[in-house]
Ligand binder design. Structure first.
Ligand code: ADP
Length: 369
């Protein structure tokens, strides 16, 4: 177990592509950090710099206070689990898990104990004599994790470990990783492009875009107080609805409706008088005021001019407990997530309000708060 400091890390590839800019993070002992962002944002590059598989162009990396910026990967005491498992097909599960320890010339009894203990943790005890080809995708991924566990590394790195699994198995294996983290209490860095994995697994999320860290925080912080438009649109599913408008006489006005700034918004929006801002509303914060869906009492409500925003419905998607209702408020599209079964038809109109809103500076894209 270990703590890590990533200080001002830059990565410039030999072809002059800068993949990571000034990455800073202190990781506490036993923390599970998830790096999340779209493809190409620099997540894997950051992970590979920690593993020592890529040189660090600038900045410093410390484990337990020791500078390992230029240390070769084999000396770093870090284990990495990849998405393609990289198991040896001709070896049994047992041999795959034992392999790194055999290379290290560990004592045979020690190896045996470690493999059995890891197999027990991962529920692989009955599979030890099988070859990888005889296993399911989920079991193979567990063997790959077992190979990391037997080494009792200081840090576990996961590079999109679930992306080769089908949706059902992805959920199950994700929960196994969470339980594994609780059992091992190990420091882990986990890379994914999937915001659900980030929200469900992370102690803290690092959200990245185009090589830059956009926000670091707990899942709730990123969901509830996104730092900018990028994080607001990336975290949360379906994504947040956005409406471009202006602050005029203390109200937010867009093409389709106006919201009176009251309560805490009066102060925070005052400096934006006359300026372009973006209103953000999560689908789950859109509430019907025509009866069937009620805003929770503990939520803030927003004063909308005329009492409601009118949504012209284009599509009704029933998900069981909730319904996704797609439509327009005029010029803007909107997705509403209502907490019950609805049977709207295309062309129906529903009047809605919002029980939580976010404002962003259109120019800087930063949250206004
Ligand atoms: P992610 O893991 O978020 O998908 P990567 O870290 O793999 O992103 O890539 C970040 C950027 O660096 C991308 O623009 C990618 O094309 C570039 N890149 C990755 N590996 C190399 C490489 N070996 N040489 C040059 N550019 C690379």
């Amino acid at each position: 177990m270990a703590n890590l400091q990533l200080q001002h890390l830059d990565k410039i590839y030999p072809n002059n592509v800068q993949a990571v800019y000034d990455f800073n993070l202190d990781i506490k002992d036993g923390e599970l950090i998830v790096l999340v962002g779209p493809s190409g944002c620099g997540k894997s590059t950051t992970l590979r710099m920690v593993a020592g598989l890529e040189d660090i162009s600038a900045g410093k990396l410390f484990i337990d206070g020791r500078d390992i910026t230029t240390m070769p990967p084999k000396d770093r005491d870090i284990a990495m689990v990849f998405q393609n498992y990289a198991l040896y097909g001709h070896m049994t599960v047992y041999e795959n898990m034992a392999f790194s320890l055999v290379l290290r010339k560990e004592n045979k009894n020690v190896i045996h104990q470690k493999v059995l203990a890891a197999a027990e943790i991962l529920g692989l005890t009955d599979q030890l004599n099988k070859k990888p080809a005889q296993l399911s995708g989920g079991q193979r991924q567990r063997v790959a994790m077992g190979r990391a566990i037997v080494r009792t590394p200081k840090v576990f790195l996961f590079d999109e470990p679930l992306s080769n699994l089908d949706a059902k198995l992805r959920g199950a294996t994700r929960r196994e990783i969470l339980l594994l983290h609780k059992k091992l209490k190990a420091t882990m860095i986990y890379v994914t492009h999937d915001q659900t994995e980030a929200l469900t697994l992370a102690d803290r999320i690092v959200c990245m875009s185009m090589g830059y860290v956009q926000q670091i925080g707990t899942p709730l912080e990123l969901y509830d107080t996104p730092a900018n438009l990028f994080v607001a649109s990336f975290i949360g599913l379906p994504p947040m609805n956005f409406f471009e408008g202006r602050i005029q006489n203390g109200s937010f006005k867009c093409d389709d409706f106006s919201i009176k700034a009251d309560g805490r918004y009066v102060e925070i929006l005052r400096p934006y008088e006359g300026k372009a801002v973006v209103l953000g509303v999560r689908p789950e914060n859109v509430v019907s005021i025509d009866g069937d869906t009620e805003a929770g009492n503990d939520k803030e409500t927003v004063e909308i001019e005329g009492g409601a925003v009118k949504v012209r419905i284009s599509l009704n998607e029933n998900l069981g407990q909730t319904t996704l209702v797609h439509g327009t408020t005029g010029k803007n599209r909107i997705v509403c997530k209502f907490r019950e079964w609805c049977d709207y038809k295309a062309g129906d109109e529903v009047r809605v309000s919002f029980d939580r809103v976010h404002f962003f500076d259109k120019e800087t894209t930063n949250a206004i708060r």
